[in-house]
Design a protein around this ligand. Sequence first.
Ligand code: TYD
Ligand code: MG
Length: 455
Amino acid sequence: MAKEKTIFFCTNCGYESPKWLGKCPGCANWNTLVEEKFTKKSSKSTSWVKSARNASKPLKIKEINKDDTPRFSSGLGELDRVLGGGIVPGSVTLVAGEPGIGKSTLMLQLTLHLGKPSLYVTGEESAQQVRMRADRLSENLPDTVSILADTNLESISQHIENETPSLVILDSIQILQSVAIESAPGSVSQVRHCTAALIAIAKAKNVPVFLIGHITKEGSIAGPKVLEHMVDAVLQFEGDRHLSYRMLRTVKNRFGSTSELGIYEMRENGLREVTNPSEILITQREGDTSGVAIAASLEGNRTLLVEIQALVSSAAYGTPQRTPTGFDNRRLNMLLAVLEKRGGFRLGLQDVFLNIAGGIRVEDPAVDLAVCVATVSSLEEIAIPATSCFAAEVGLGGELRAVNRLENRISEAQKLGFKQIFCSKFGMRDADPGKYKIQVIPVGHINDVFGHLFG
Ligand code: TYD
Ligand code: MG
């Protein structure tokens, strides 16, 4: 007999509680617990689960062949890069992002480029809508792509069993529904159950599965956080919906590095890979503008020259505003305090707006120096030479700290035609300033940099 229980789940992290709580003890978010009726019907253990269990046996660690992870190319260079070199058969990857960012487009493009039989399960759009989108993306539609418009887990599983495609896309995990669970699609128990079932199929049939998952601000549906620990890899697709650049970041990857980044541009006919990001992220400038500095930052394994724009103006309405876009707010406040205290710049009564050009978000601490320089440049209204760039972390004493992989940053700046790069003198251990055509200026304190630039 089916037994009905009521459980409260956190839509953010999946925390379970028998009673309602205002604040989730799991992730400390407020108002994220929702009530779910939970009926587990007699669990007939399914054939693929059994076969997956019988297949395993322990091996000596030395005897395990390292090349045992065979990969195949997705046909999309940037996607291969973020996956750590290609798609691993039997892996389950979650592609998370806000609605409208381009997840369905990316995944459909993947099936069109793959050149192997693939199954695209669409629960949100009709098969006709997917066909129309595919027509925009490709002139000759391949024979290898099948579209299945369905939301029922059991029938989808059956199709995967019967057709054995080389790749399965599920658009989206939050719309799938299993008859074994009574709660609504998108609820924590549905999403978890469906994911677990799909992982079991992926492992048993050795077919890679991509799950699309929405992130919503309201948290009314179970967020991808609930699934993060279950899947092999999590890719986050992000960017400003109104700008054309998109970034695909690896948040988790059992088969590769987690700091990879792929950059795409959304065009009329789908997503185009951006292979020379630095060139597009730096705006062509006419004349000298104050408040602009270029940072040699590193995202994953790739150097990225990003343009930092700052605007400092007197606060007209009482409390000064500090508004960064694409940069951490607390970090900005810290850097402003350092400038005030160690550099003697009066920023306390100023509004400071900071923007990373191109709508991207940077986390690399090496952009600190460029943020400081751009801010002071705007405050003093003195432009920074367009041929200078910066790579150093700024400490609380105003000292410049070493950053990793300095040589890569210097080479990239040189390649793009910069004439000088400022970096920390403490990070010069193995970088020899003499061997570059670009002038490498090692400095110890932010005030030394300002001395160089503003005299
Ligand atoms: P979509 O893949 O539907 O987003 P998601 O699945 O993440 O919700 O993409 C949505 C946006 O992309 C939509 O606003 C239209 C735009 N778009 C283009 O600009 N060019 C294209 O070729 C396609 C297919 C979509
Ligand atoms: Mg979609």
